[in-house]
Design a protein around this ligand. Structure first.
Ligand code: ARG
Ligand code: ZN
Length: 427
C-alpha cells in the first residue's frame, strides 16, 4: 500500500466521532411524576437529545452538546432531579462500541460463515436487504418482498408481506410492524427481521400464520440508518435536503414528528437544525408516506400496529400530543399489559420490567406527529410505540452490547405474539 493511502486511512480513523468532542451524556433519574414532567419540560426547552427514556427512579440517558450543558444541569438541579455523568468523553465510548462491534463481527463470521442472519451483532442495511430477498426466494408461497418507494437518497424502502393466502382472504386481520424510522435505534430492525424469521424459517406459532396477514418493514429510514453506521452514530432523522432553506446545512426530518395528526404542535420543532424537526409540512418525507400508504391500504383489516423505537422498556399508546385518552383506552391498556407481561416473563433478570401507558404520562413529555397516534386516529384500534430495552446501568458504551440483541428479539417476539392473538380475539 502506498504511504499516502495509509496516511489518509489513519486520518479517517481518527476523524471518526470527532464531531462529538466536548459533548457529554448524563444519566437522569426523576423520582416522582412531578419530576418526570419537569424533566420533560427541560428536554423541550433546551432541545436536548434523549438516548434512553427515564422513568420513575429508572435512569435514562441524555446527550447534551457543550453550550447547553450548564443550563441543563442547573435546570435539573432547580427541580431537584438527580443526575450523574454518563460519559464526559463520548468519542471514547463510541470508539469502544466500534471495537466491540468489530470483534463481534469477526467472531460472528467465524461462527456463521456470513451465511446466516446475525443476531449476535447489529444488522447493516445491506444485510437486511439480502436477507429479505433470500426469504422471498425460499418461501415464495407465503413471503413477498415489496419495494414501496425509493428513499430521498434513492435506496429502496422495502417491506415483507407474509400471508398464506396472498392477502386474498379479506376476513383475516392484518398486523403491521415498522422499525428504524429513527436511524440510530439499531436494536429495532433486528426485532422485525426476527419476526420475519418466526413467520417463515422457524414457525413455532402456526396460528399466527393461519389467522393473520403480516406487513413487516424493518428499516423505514434507510438513508438515516446507513448514515448512522457510516458517518454519525447519533443520527436520528431522514436525510432530505428539500424541506427548508437551511436544509442543505441541516438535512433531515424527524419521521416520528412528520405524521399528519396535530402536526407541528407539541414536542417538535420547525427549525431544521434540531433533531425533532417535523418537516416543511406533514408527510413531507417519502419514508413516512410509505407507512401512511400501508396503513390506508389495509385499514379496515389492521388489528394491530407496532412501531419499534429505543430505549426505555416501555409500551406507549395514544394520545401522545396532549396526554388525553382515546375511546379505546381500555383496550389499548389491556392489550399493552398483556404484551408487557409476556415480555417480562422471558426477560426476567435481563432488563427492567416494561412500563405500559399513555405516552405523555409515561415519558413526561408530549410529542405530536407520531406514527402510533396517526394510525390510531385513522382507525387502527390497537396502536403502540415500543421503546425496546437497553442502555441503562452498567453498559460501557452507547450500544446495548451485541450479546443482548438476540435476547431483545426473542422477548419482543413474545410481546408481538401476545398482542397479535389478543388483537385477533377483539377484532
Ligand atoms: N421516543 C418516541 C419519540 O420521541 C416517543 C413517541 C411516543 N409517541 C407519541 N405519540 N408521542 O418519537
Ligand atoms: Zn425513536
Amino acid at each position: 500500500m502506498k504511504a499516502w493511502v495509509l496516511i489518509s486511512l489513519f486520518a479517517l480513523a481518527f476523524a471518526k466521532h470527532e464531531q462529538y468532542i466536548g459533548w457529554k451524556s448524563y444519566y437522569v433519574a426523576p423520582s416522582s411524576q412531578d419530576e418526570l414532567k419537569a424533566f420533560g419540560s427541560v428536554v423541550q426547552q433546551l432541545d436536548v437529545d434523549i438516548l434512553s427514556n427515564p422513568y420513575l427512579d429508572r435512569e435514562g440517558v441524555v446527550l447534551v452538546e457543550p453550550h447547553k450543558q450548564n443550563s441543563f444541569t442547573s435546570a435539573l438541579e432547580s427541580y431537584g432531579i438527580s443526575y450523574r455523568i454518563h460519559a464526559d468523553d463520548i468519542k471514547a465510548k463510541l470508539d469502544y462500541d466500534d471495537q466491540l462491534i468489530e470483534e463481534q463481527r469477526v467472531a460472528s463470521m467465524a461462527r456463521n460463515g456470513a451465511k446466516e442472519m446475525p443476531y449476535d451483532n447489529y444488522q447493516e442495511w445491506e444485510v437486511i436487504e439480502a436477507y429479505m430477498e433470500d426469504i422471498a426466494r425460499r418461501f415464495p408461497n407465503v413471503a413477498t418482498l415489496v419495494t414501496a418507494a425509493n428513499s430521498f437518497e434513492g435506496r429502496p424502502i422495502r417491506y415483507m408481506k407474509i400471508s398464506t393466502t396472498n392477502f386474498q382472504d379479506t376476513k383475516k386481520p392484518v398486523i403491521v410492524i415498522d422499525a428504524g424510522i429513527h436511524a440510530r435505534e439499531w436494536i429495532t430492525p433486528p426485532t422485525v427481521t426476527w419476526a420475519i424469521r418466526k413467520l417463515t424459517e422457524d414457525v413455532t406459532e402456526p396460528d399466527l400464520l393461519e389467522r393473520f396477514d403480516w406487513i413487516l418493514l424493518p428499516v423505514a429510514n434507510p438513508d438515516g440508518y446507513k448514515f448512522s453506521f457510516t458517518s454519525s452514530r447519533f443520527w436520528r432523522k431522514t436525510r432530505s435536503t428539500d424541506q427548508h432553506a437551511l436544509s442543505y446545512l441541516c438535512p433531515g426530518v424527524d419521521g416520528n414528528r412528520n405524521y399528519d395528526f396535530f402536526w407541528n404542535t407539541v414536542g417538535t420543532s420547525s427549525n431544521p437544525c434540531t433533531d425533532t424537526f417535523g418537516g416543511g409540512r406533514a408527510f413531507s418525507e417519502i419514508e413516512t408516506r410509505v407507512v401512511r400508504d400501508i396503513l390506508h391500504e389495509h385499514l379496515p383489516r389492521i388489528s394491530l400496529y407496532l412501531t419499534m423505537h429505543s430505549y426505555g422498556s416501555m409500551i406507549l399508546y395514544a394520545w401522545g400530543h396532549d396526554g388525553s385518552l382515546s375511546n379505546n383506552a381500555f383496550g389499548l391498556h389491556t392489550v399493552g399489559v398483556a404484551m408487557a407481561e409476556k415480555i417480562d416473563e422471558l426477560s426476567l433478570s435481563h432488563f427492567p420490567r416494561y412500563v405500559v401507558g399513555n405516552s405523555v404520562l409515561v415519558l413526561g413529555y408530549g410529542a405530536s406527529g407520531a406514527s402510533e397516534d396517526y394510525a390510531h386516529h385513522i382507525g387502527v384500534p390497537l396502536s403502540y410505540t415500543y421503546e425496546l430495552p437497553g442502555l441503562s446501568g452498567g453498559f460501557q458504551g452507547f450500544h446495548l452490547p451485541p450479546r443482548y440483541i438476540e435476547q431483545v428479539c426473542r422477548e419482543t417476539w413474545e410481546g408481538i405474539v401476545a398482542g397479535a392473538r389478543k388483537s385477533g380475539d377483539m377484532f
